[in-house]
Design a protein around this ligand. Structure first.
Ligand code: HEM
Length: 492
């Protein structure tokens, strides 16, 4: 009797508590939800295997701004140029935070770097400082310049591909190593040999992290699932991959601290360590921050640039006429020597091809999730502080109002009537924009241009004989990457 009463009062208490909770909870005036929401999972199943495509399809039904449920969390999606530009550029600071994201936070030292840091003065100072350092490293001229390092790496890559003698091969690893080497040279002043074991381990760890799907990603939506063994194992593996990168960076930081030449900083780590020593330094900057900032450059810079470059080779392979036009332009302007940045303004068709690659296959189709830094009004809706916001870049790049027949690969879209490159096209944001714009935009544009021109000058890329052309569908992991494919690089 007594235990029956206790149970009864317990149940009454719970019912009263939940009733009060839901009645007292402030009513949200969020944008509309698409149909198909189920308890606990929300819209997760409805998103399917290509979420940006589904979000773009929902735009046609529910308008530019809507909300979907990722598990138990509301996520506001912004679609189309007007809505995305409003949030990312015009009212950038209001949308410039990051949501909490269990695995992402754990991998980035809970916001000690840049990419996952919450909006605030420490983040602003760290980002401004890193931007300034990359800019000053980019302005160096001569042999130690970034351009010099990229050109050096482009010729290693070309030689390595030439060794393949036109046989079919998957060029991904070689490209990834070349891209990683550019970041290593800029960040810590050294490049690695293509066969170096530590380096191979690193690039493989980065590739594995890029493939981080399924069980490990599910943790971000349902953090409690990390206590389920199979999910936990995936998370532990991801964190192990991350710590491989961190260990190499820790060693580099202590090597740099020992050899620091205060009058002559050579690379990103030198600049950071000098700043850490200053009295009046970037707010709260410690060596721990430097570690995670360096990790950010590594993790955010390698997969994105490699995948974009792989897309560019893929689109050349499936469009031999366009490839031929690129080569004619290179032959006419560059001739036999190595392409340089000084050729860039004279190669509009090459530039237009790279822009079209980034339009049709942006490797960050929904950028990195943003969060509101305070409560924000969007039209008639009110989005509470801390709400996760996804800028759907895919919807901008596939908008037929700006890009007629958007699924067609057509570099001519980026050329004006005189054949000059259209520099700031509307509805095009492969690097995001505003306060959270990509830190490596200039670096990766340089790399893409020099790698692409160097390889296309030397080889014609084609599918292996008798094989169908590679598919232009992609895998949606952390980035939008091509399915693995083989091609033949025929020397010209
Ligand atoms: C952020 C694209 C290369 C470092 C981003 C974002 C995008 C992006 C879409 C998210 C912007 C947002 O949140 O709104 C790309 C593409 C690249 C590339 C397409 C190559 C083709 C690089 C490189 C580096 C880099 C080479 C480093 C050297 C970063 C960092 C962030 C970022 C640190 C976080 C910025 C922040 O949170 O404020 N990138 N990226 N990225 N990228 Fe890149």
């Amino acid at each position: 009797q007594i235990s029956g009463l206790t149970l009864q009062s317990f149940l009454v208490f719970c019912a009263a508590f939940f009733l009060a909770f839901f009645l007292l909870k402030p009513r949200k005036n969020l944008p509309p939800y698409p149909a198909g929401r189920v308890p606990v999972l929300g819209h997760l199943l409805a998103l399917g295997r290509a979420p940006p495509r589904k979000l773009t399809a929902w735009r046609r039904q529910y308008g530019d701004v809507f909300t979907f449920r990722m598990g138990m969390e509301d996520v506001v999606v912004l679609n189309g140029y007007t809505a995305v530009k409003d949030a990312l550029v015009d009212r950038s600071e209001l949308f410039a935070s990051r949501p909490s994201f269990y695995l992402g936070d754990a991998m980035t030292g809970f916001g000690k770097g840049i990419s996952m840091a919450r909006w605030g003065s420490e983040f602003k100072q760290r980002k401004n400082f890193s931007t300034a350092v990359l800019k000053s490293l980019g302005m160096k001229v001569g042999t130690g310049s970034i351009e010099g390092k990229i050109r050096e790496e482009a010729s290693y890559l070309r030689n390595m591909i030439a060794d393949g003698n036109g046989e079919p091969f998957d060029i991904y690893h070689a490209v990834c190593v070349a891209v990683a080497n550019v970041i290593c040279s800029m960040m810590m002043g050294n490049r690695y040999d293509y066969t170096d074991e530590t380096f191979r381990g690193l690039t493989e760890a980065i590739r594995a992290l890029g493939n981080l799907v399924g069980a490990a990603q599910i943790i971000s939506v349902f953090p409690l699932l990390r206590f389920v063994p199979v999910v936990n194992r995936a998370a532990i593996n991801a964190l192990k991959d991350c710590s491989k990168v961190l260990n190499v960076l820790r060693e580099e930081i202590s090597r740099h601290r020992e050899n620091l030449d205060r009058e002559n900083p050579r690379d990103f780590l030198d600049f950071c360590l000098l700043e850490v020593e200053k009295q009046e330094k970037v707010e709260g900057l410690t060596e721990e921050n430097v570690l995670y900032m360096a990790q950010d450059l590594f993790m955010a810079g390698i997969g994105t640039t490699t995948d974009t470059f792989m897309w560019s080779l893929l689109y050349m392979t499936v469009n031999p006429d366009i490839q031929n036009k690129v080569q004619q332009e290179l032959d006419a302007v560059v001739g036999e020597g190595l392409p340089a940045l000084s050729h860039r303004s004279q190669l509009p068709y090459v530039n237009a091809c790279l822009l079209e690659v980034m339009r049709i296959r942006p490797v960050g189709p929904v950028a990195i999730p943003h969060a509101t830094a305070e409560t924000v009004k969007v039209g008639e809706y009110e989005i509470p502080k801390g709400t996760q916001v996804l800028p759907n870049v895919h919807s901008l790049h596939m908008d037929p109002a700006y890009w007629p027949d958007p699924d067609r690969f057509d570099p001519g879209r980026f050329l004006d009537a005189e054949g000059n490159v259209i520099n700031k096209p509307e509805s095009f944001m492969p690097f995001g924009g505003g306060r959270r714009v990509c830190l490596g935009e200039q670096l990766s544009r340089m790399e893409l241009f020099l790698f692409f021109s160097t390889l296309l000058q030397s080889f014609t890329f084609q599918p292996p004989e008798g094989a169908p052309p590679p598919t232009t569908d992609g895998d949606f992991g952390m980035t939008l990457r091509p399915h693995p494919f083989k091609l033949c690089a025929i020397p010209r």
